[in-house]
Write a new protein. Sequence first.
Lengths: 138, 107
Amino acid sequence: MSQPATETRSVVVEREIAYPPEKIWRALTQPHLIAEWLMANDFRPEMGHRFELRGDWGSVECQVLELEPNRTLSYSWGAMGLVSIVTWTLTPMGTGTHLRMEHSGFPPDRQRAFYGAQQGWRKYITNMEQILARVDAQ
Amino acid sequence: MPQRHDILFSTLADPTRRAIFERLCREGEQTVAALTDRAGVSQPAVSKHLRFLKQAGLVRNRHEGRQTHYSAQLSALAPLIDWTSQMAGFWQSRFDRLEDLLRRMDQ
């Protein structure tokens, strides 16, 4: 990531899974399997391949950025006018795998600015956050 | 999920509608008549804005006699403000599905 960590937010989900990396890798990279747990897709395990994830609510534009079989898979995640990055890391642990997913690059301010530049959204959301903070405190 | 964002953003993009919503947030429940007094537009226009706000889940109404009272639903804004926790929930549920799939792949 070229941006300092302070400018972006990440979502990290990690789990110990009782299956070897090879099996998890199949679920992460075979389109018919991806469709079963994530979304309908035209994924191919090829560097630079552009694909689309299609959900009920719309689609996500993606591109394969990193591919190291059974170890690392990274793709861009373009949705709602923002491009973020999803990275999967598989680490063998005994008979299972430590599976880590990091979805990074949410720029909180720019996210709001994107929608809001023309309508004073930034200020608006700040106000709303203050209101919500007060409501929470009550 | 993103659809919810789209509805919220498009609903609140209108300055008059946003002003009505902000006023309900600041001052609490109001009647249509009270909102019209300060909105700078006609009562039918205010009612129309309130209909849009209600469709987006941003306001709730209740009838009392011949008056309709509107109040802001701040919880409707949560998805806008806490996008990262929303995505965390999304990925947690996808991990659950991934694990289900892995179990089925065994058979």
